[in-house]
Design a protein around this ligand. Structure first.
Ligand code: NAD
Length: 389
């Protein structure tokens, strides 16, 4: 009898595992159900563009039906409420229950607030299209309100965290806000963009030469960096830093870190402190059988013994590996251990600039780096068969 594979989440990891499993397994081998909160797959690597209006909401998503069309994958729009491993069951918020033989958990990550007082309540985050939409509408409203209410905090924008997410976002802000100022008749010299980073430098741990290039590029477009000082507390209208200084602002956007989905912790998967589930060499849970974890909710160590970063490129590689693992679970044969391929890391700095590394050690900076990054986005869309979405 056909086995039932249930895949939770149609992000980069989940979508790819369903597609790969279906490529290898016939409908007589397995029925595949892909559960996702929305009817679309979100291109979350591009949300910094969506958040400033440089990319439309429509261009930030791909309809799942379009990707799985004709592939015998059942798409179920629903929100996972809990995973009950002992009963091999997933319960959805609407009460539906799905019984599985094999499960792929690809539920992504959540914002990590580190217990910072008021952060969750008073800061925007940028993990979904809807959240990016909220940021965009809010920024537009700040400019519109400034015409009637000349409070400087309306034109002061603060991004907390200068990791890749924070840097890509300030790059977009630096490009988009002059345009918005011109449209709304605001003198751009009144606009302030702050990026606050707890570590001594932006993009901590990244290549120093590229960090320097990124900093200079962004500073030349007016971004003000506050490095070596943590955000300590956020109140409506106020961002308190650890050194006692306070920034008055109507806009605090938090990109200070991520953690695995709480559903994974609650289900009893063995996790590390940031909520990511520990997996074996095949990406299967170390304590719950017949379950793969892929993407941001999996804790995988790289060759250097350090955890792999929660990136889209690794999520889809893990998804493909889980799909192949499922094939061997059902049809037999020898499973291969997951081998990540680090293709490179590129951080865009707005529309025309970018810094990053490709291959083993090639450093890129400027327009060329930006085009390489764009090519990576297109390659991904081609892979899921949705270049024209
Ligand atoms: P991150 O954890 O990489 O960076 C968060 C930053 O916030 C860190 O530099 C940290 O020091 C800082 N921070 C934490 N607490 C703070 C505080 N209280 N005050 C000020 N700063 C504070 O998170 P991210 O940037 O969201 O990235 C998550 C993962 O996704 C990373 O692995 C990243 O490489 C990846 N990513 C990659 C790309 C890309 O490849 N273009 C883009 C975005 C994210």
């Amino acid at each position: 009898m056909a086995k039932h594979i249930v895949v939770l989440g149609a992000g980069y990891g989940g979508l790819m595992s369903a597609l790969e499993a279906r490529k290898k397994l016939t409908v007589d081998d397995a029925r595949i159900t892909l559960v996702n909160k929305h009817s679309y797959h979100q291109l979350v690597t591009q949300l910094h563009e969506t958040a400033v209006g440089a990319r439309s909401d429509r261009a930030s998503r791909v309809l799942i039906e379009k990707v799985v069309n004709g592939k015998d994958i059942d798409v179920l729009k629903g929100t996972v409420a809990r995973i009950i491993p002992d009963e091999r069951t997933v319960e959805l918020v609407d009460g539906q229950r799905l019984v599985y033989d094999y499960l792929v958990v690809a539920l992504g990550s959540e914002a990590e607030y580190f217990g910072i007082e008021g952060m969750k309540e008073n800061a925007f985050i940028m993990k979904t299209i809807n959240q990016a939409r909220l940021i965009r509408v809010h920024i537009q409203s700040c400019f519109a309100r400034y015409a009637y209410d000349r409070r400087p905090e309306l034109l002061r924008f603060v991004v907390g965290g200068a990791g890749f997410s924070g840097i890509e976002l300030v790059g977009e802000l630096a490009d988009a806000l002059p345009r918005l100022a011109a449209e709304t008749g605001v003198d751009y010299s009144q606009v302030e963009i702050y990026n606050v980073e707890a570590m001594p430098s932006i993009l901590p741990g990244f290549d120093p030469e590229l960090v320097q290039a990124a900093q200079e590029s962004l500073q030349s477009r007016g971004v003000r960096f506050r490095t070596g000082v943590a955000v300590a507390k956020v109140e409506p209208g106020l961002v308190h830093l650890k050194d006692g200084s306070v920034i008055e602002t109507e806009t605090m956007i938090w990109t200070g870190g991520v953690r695995g989905s709480q559903l994974v912790v609650d289900a009893g998967f063995e996790t590390e402190p940031r909520g990511r589930a520990k997996v074996d060499a095949y990406l299967q849970s170390v304590n719950i059988p017949n379950t793969y974890l892929v993407g941001d909710c999996a804790f995988v160590l790289g060759d250097n013994g350090r955890p792999l970063p929660p990136t889209a490129q690794l999520a889809w590689q893990m998804g493909a590996a889980a799909g192949q693992g499922l094939y061997h679970d059902i049809k037999g044969g020898v499973k291969e251990a997951f081998k990540p391929v680090m293709m490179g890391t590129l951080a865009s700095l707005g529309r025309k600039d970018c810094v990053g590394k490709v291959g083993r050690s090639t450093k890129l900076h400027g327009r060329m780096a930006y085009l390489v990054k764009e090519a990576g986005n297109w390659r991904y869309l081609a892979k899921i068969g949705s270049v024209f979405h």
